[in-house]
Structure formats: structure tokens, C-alpha cells
Design a protein around this ligand. Structure first.
Ligand code: EPZ
Length: 428
């Protein structure tokens, strides 16, 4: 077992380069199963969720060749299995994308139910509604989601909730299905646009990605492509918040500033100074943040995946902040960990009231999920002293080289094996 040991109390300074987007990568890799020729995917983040998907693709029969740490060539022509077992999916949320991709490729899929971060109930009813509208029969048998179809055809689907996963899964299933599929009330996240651009670069006919109506006219053949994944909006946002929270000055490079608008706006409300370039943002902050109100919403609203990091910044703001969670039923499990560090936060259902304290104190904490883990690193960087963070495998699922990237900004952060604690920890 490993944990992070963070010695905080120092402002972050310098430059950090953002990796490819996790949530685009975990959709684009399964999408390669739809291709009729090999594809090369560049700017893949080196994270465990990507490794899990690549491993599952190999087991399905794809020929996966790593060209370098961030580039992979995949030839799906020999894939003939439609089964993604629980062991192959390793509790990933994105395993559900194999459903759409395998339905699209073979008209059949048997996939372990998706896992992922625990935010309360995580239904897939909208995914199933989409597959059924296209003509598939979906059942849940022996703990596996099974989809079969004799003949699929284009259809209109209105999503009852704006769902990233359902939008992506229906796009995957419909790309090679005869006729016109229309997804209404579709999610508009940058990774949905990236998936559409990837599929279109192979010859798909997908229009409207990035708006709430996506139209897919099915094509028979998808040629090979070379495609580079967009930068990770949430990784960028995490370093931006960390810069502000430590009173630092950080240039965050290899980003698409347009994808960061809602995060930039909220950080400015909180008192950060932000300079925007073509492919960078520079964030600095002097003194304590200002309290503000944040409501998470589907894109282009403030992302729910930035909510724990923002709460950590607001935990040391002057005044009382309110965060309303507008996407998930239960995304405040990390708050208890912040209170161990002296934060004053009251949660009532989907709302958190944060009474700012001067600073946070070091404490042993846990990464209860991926973004909660990022928030714990930020909290550790704020607190003057040694904070230990356990259960960091959550963080490794979505942040490439997190220790190296924060260390390059001047942070004192180490990954240690639990039985191999440094001397100062043994004495503590
Ligand atoms: C994606 O999850 C992301 N994961 C999540 O990021 C992110 O928090 C979420 O979108 C919202 O932006 C990936 O892209 C792999 P949803 P997803 O379907 O697709 C309800 C991270 O930290 N819903 O948009 O699972 C659902 O309960 C991860 O990187 C239904 O009711 O989210 C939720 O309230 C964690 N029925 C809302 O919709 C359904 O069939 C949005 O969920 C599907 C969803």
C-alpha cells in the first residue's frame, strides 16, 4: 500500500504541463473498436484508468502497441469477443462504454456493471433507454448487463437527465447503425466533442456535438486515423485551484482556456488573478480567498469534478461560502476528511455551507474518491506541517505523474510505501 506525504505551507510557483483528458481517453479508446482499420491515439494520459481499458481491449482481441508513454496504436480487426468481465473492468465507470462500442461493432455486448467513484446511486437507465431505442434488447443476467440485437436502426432519443455517459454510449452504438439517430438533451462536455471529432476523423457523420442536440447518420465503414486527445480540463482546474489555495503563481500550460471558462470565472470571484493565453492560463493569488457561491452543473456550468477542490480553497476563504451540488446525489463524502484538518463545513443534502477558517491543520486523511483525493493534496499543500493521504490509488486513476508535477511547482510531496515511512513520520 502507498500513501502521499505532503509537507504544506509553501506557495506553488512555476509551470505545469497538462496531460490528455481522462474522460475523453476512456471514451475514445473503446470507440476504436468501431474502426475497420488500425488507429493511433496520441496524448493519452499515463493513468491507471487508461491502463485498465487498454488491458481489457487486449483481452477482447485487439492488437495494442505502445509507441511511447502517451501514444498507442490499436488494431481492432481481430476482436471477436463481446464479453467484458468484472475482472477486466476493475470497477471502472467507463467500462460501460464497452457496451456502446461492442453493440456498435457486433450488435452484442455482455459487460460487468460499471463501478467508479461512489457518489450514491449511479444508474444506467438512460444508456439502456438509448440502446433499446436503437433496437437492442437489454437484460441484466448473472450480474452482467447484456445487450443483443437482430437489427439496429437509427432513432430519436430524449435523455431524461443530461448524462455524459449515456450521450457517449448512444453515440458509440449509433455511429455505424443505418439511418439517423438524434440525441436530444445531450450532454455538452468537451470530451463529448472530442469523441465526435475522433469518430468523424474516421469517416463518421456526427453533427451537433457540444450542443444539446446531436445527430448521427450511420456509416458502414470507419477508416483508420491518427488522433490527439484534448487536454484534461479537470487536471488543469485542479492545478489552478492549488495555485490559488497556496497563494502561489502558476502557469498551467497545454490547456484549452475555453474549456476552463467556468473555473476561471469562479476563481476570479474568489480573488485569484488569471491571465489567459492561447494555450495557457496563469493563476496567482495574494492573501486569503474571498467567499463565494458555487453551483455545479453539466457543461458549460461549473464542473462537479472540480467541486471538492473548490471547497478546499473556500475552506480558507474570508467569509461564508455555499456550494450546491447539481449533478450527483452524494458528493460530499470528502468533507469529513477536511473537517479533520480544521475546516468548518456543514453539509445539508446537496448543499455545503463553508465558514472559512484562517488555515488548515495537517492530519492523516483518506482519498475517498478521485477528485476528493485531489482535494486532499490541495488541503495538504495549504496546511503548514505534514499531512498523510491514504487510499491514493483513487488519485492514480486520473492524475498523471501527480508527485512529479506538484514537486516541480515547489511542493514537498512524496509517495511512500506504508511500511517505509520517513524518519520524521516515525517520530510524529
Ligand atoms: C461522467 O460520469 C464522468 N466520468 C464523471 O467524472 C463526472 O462526474 C460526470 O460525468 C458528470 O460530469 C467519466 O466521464 C468516465 P453522468 P457519468 O451520466 O457519465 C444521472 C471524474 O471524477 N444519471 O453524466 O457516470 C446520474 O445519477 C468522474 O472524472 C441517470 O439518472 O455521469 C447523475 O446524477 C467521476 N441515469 C447525472 O445523471 C443514467 O442512465 C450525471 O451522470 C445516467 C446518469
Amino acid at each position: 500500500m502507498e500513501k502521499f506525504v505532503v509537507k504544506g505551507g509553501k506557495p506553488l510557483k512555476g509551470e505545469v504541463c497538462i496531460s490528455g483528458a481522462k474522460n475523453a481517453a476512456v471514451a475514445i479508446l473503446p470507440a476504436v473498436l468501431l474502426a475497420d482499420e488500425p488507429c493511433t491515439i496520441e496524448n493519452l494520459p499515463d493513468i491507471s484508468d487508461v491502463a485498465t481499458i487498454l488491458r481489457a481491449m487486449k483481452i477482447l482481441g485487439a492488437n495494442v502497441r505502445l509507441i511511447n508513454k502517451t501514444t498507442v496504436e490499436i488494431d481492432p480487426s481481430h476482436v471477436n469477443s463481446f464479453v467484458v468481465s468484472k475482472e477486466m473492468a476493475e470497477g471502472m465507470r467507463a467500462s460501460s462504454y464497452f457496451l456502446g462500442a461492442l453493440i456498435g461493432r457486433m450488435g452484442r455486448a455482455r459487460v460487468a456493471p460499471p463501478g467508479g467513484c461512489d457518489f450514491g446511486v449511479r444508474p444506467i437507465d438512460q444508456h439502456i433507454k438509448g440502446f433499446e431505442a436503437l433496437g437492442a434488447t437489454v437484460t441484466i443476467e448473472n450480474g452482467m448487463v447484456e445487450a443483443r440485437s437482430k437489427k439496429l436502426s437509427g432513432s430519436s432519443i430524449y435523455l431524461d437527465v443530461v448524462s455524459v455517459g449515456a450521450t457517449i454510449n448512444i453515440m458509440l452504438a449509433a455511429t455505424k447503425v443505418k439511418g439517423l439517430t438524434i440525441i436530444e438533451n445531450a450532454a455538452r462536455e468537451p470530451h463529448i466533442v472530442d469523441l465526435a471529432n475522433f469518430l468523424n476523423s474516421m469517416g463518421a457523420n456526427i453533427m451537433g456535438a457540444g450542443t444539446s442536440v446531436i445527430k448521427i447518420r450511420g456509416v458502414d465503414y470507419l477508416k483508420g486515423t491518427d488522433y490527439s486527445i484534448i487536454p484534461d480540463q479537470i487536471e488543469a482546474g485542479t492545478y489552478m485551484v492549488a495555485a490559488a489555495a497556496t497563494g502561489g503563481d502558476v502557469k498551467v500550460t497545454n490547456v484549452t482556456p475555453k474549456h476552463l471558462e467556468s473555473i476561471i470565472a469562479k476563481l476570479r470571484d474568489a480573488g485569484a488573478v488569471i491571465e489567459e493565453g492561447d494555450e495557457y492560463v496563469r493563476v496567482s493569488m495574494k492573501g486569503r480567498p474571498k467567499a463565494c457561491k458555487v453551483k455545479t452543473m453539466p457543461h458549460p456550468g461549473f464542473p462537479t469534478d472540480m467541486q471538492p477542490q473548490m471547497a478546499t480553497l473556500l475552506a480558507i476563504a474570508e467569509g461564508t461560502s455555499i456550494i450546491t451540488e447539481g449533478v450527483w446525489d452524494s458528493r460530499f463524502r470528502y468533507v469529513e476528511q477536511l473537517t479533520f484538518m480544521g475546516a468548518d463545513i456543514q453539509v445539508d443534502g446537496k448543499m455545503a455551507v463553508i465558514s472559512g477558517v484562517k488555515t488548515l491543520n495537517p492530519a492523516p486523511v483518506k482519498a475517498v474518491d478521485l477528485r476528493a483525493g485531489a482535494a486532499m493534496i490541495i488541503a495538504g499543500l495549504i496546511a503548514d506541517g505534514v499531512t498523510e493521504i491514504e487510499e491514493i490509488d483513487h488519485i492514480d486513476r486520473g492524475y498523471e505523474n501527480v508527485v512529479e508535477k506538484f514537486s516541480n511547482l515547489g511542493a514537498d510531496i512524496k509517495r511512500i510505501r506504508v511500511n517505509n515511512a520517513p524518519e520524521y513520520l516515525k517520530q510524529a
